[in-house]
Design a protein around this ligand. Structure first.
Ligand code: PD2
Ligand code: ZN
Length: 291
């Protein structure tokens, strides 16, 4: 939200009556444009009215969701995409904004990593690869998972100058503390390998989840960075919204989820590599400091 809008919001009081009126308009099926026009006609500045309407409706939907037994929504990482930014300043690098989706929140970035950084991450990871494990939520331990046929390894957070530099860049890019990030994970897929669709948050109904959550709470966002380009296949797919992100070297896909629930529509997978090899680096972000 820019400063002028904030000031206006503070000046033009959003009273409980106004909130109620906004919710009633939505419930009566009036489209947002109509509600907005009424507000503007009665003296509201347009961008302030949009902010007030969005905020009010989001709060209302969260209240209804909690009443229906869902976990409350939590704050999540969010790149600063106001005013349709084409580029973001990630500190030491100018990152390109390529694709933006509001719901689910998915952003595809270009120029997140240089070719040299991609190659260096692969070289550092190679000697340490092992068949990928996933956190086993039944026990809180790790297990071999047939749904994931890649090889992988984890870096410790800040383990290496390069890793540290990338972590600082990502933190700035999505406005989330470095300390809330898990260590970078590197995955290697050869032809035929895939990562079947899954959610990255921990299933609240699994017995092992409370133990996992002690180390920084839920995962709230994922950044998958592409370190190489397979000749064919290997896109990251979001089946609920029929979206596929092509694995372009140096690009990344970011997505966030404000509650651990399928309604976030963040089901996603790595489709099978058809030819060539695919390398990715994944950064998972937690609610709080990851220890
Ligand atoms: O490699 C991918 O495209 C991919 C797909 C789904 C990676 C992950 N999930 C992940 O690391 O969580
Ligand atoms: Zn995933």
């Amino acid at each position: 939200m820019n400063k002028a809008v904030k000031q206006q919001l503070a000046r033009q009081q959003i009273t409980p009556q106004l909130r109620q009126w906004i919710v009633e308009q939505a419930q009566a099926g009036h489209p947002p444009e109509t509600v907005l026009k009424s507000m503007v006609d009665s003296g509201w500045q347009e961008d302030v009215a949009i902010e007030a309407m969005e905020g009010t409706l989001k709060e209302h939907l969260d209240t209804v969701a909690v009443q229906q037994g869902l976990a409350a929504a939590v704050p999540v990482p969010d790149p600063s995409l106001e005013e349709s930014a084409l580029y973001l300043d990630a500190g030491d690098r100018k990152v390109h904004v390529l694709t933006v989706l509001a719901n689910p929140r998915i952003v595809v970035f270009g120029n997140v990593l240089s070719d040299e950084e991609c190659d260096a991450l692969i070289a550092l990871a190679k000697p340490r690869l092992a068949r990928s494990l996933t956190v086993e939520t039944k026990t809180g331990g790790e297990e071999l998972n047939a749904d994931r046929t890649s090889d992988g390894m984890f870096f410790q957070r800040g383990e290496h100058e390069l890793v540290q530099r990338i972590e600082a860049r990502l933190a700035r890019l999505v406005n989330w503390p470095e300390e809330n990030g898990e260590g970078l994970q590197i995955l290697h897929y050869t032809a035929g390998a895939q990562y079947k669709p899954h959610y990255d948050y921990f299933d609240p109904n699994e017995l092992g989840t409370p133990t996992i959550l002690k180390r920084g709470g839920q995962r709230v966002a994922t950044i998958v960075m592409y370190l190489s380009e397979p000749e064919k296949g290997g896109g990251t797919v979001f089946p609920d919204i029929h979206m596929e992100v092509a694995p372009k070297k140096g690009n990344a896909v970011f997505f966030s989820y404000e509650r651990p629930h399928p309604s976030t529509r963040t089901l996603h997978g790595g489709s099978p590599v058809v030819a060539g090899e695919k390398w990715v680096a994944t950064k998972w972000l937690r609610e709080r400091v990851f220890t």
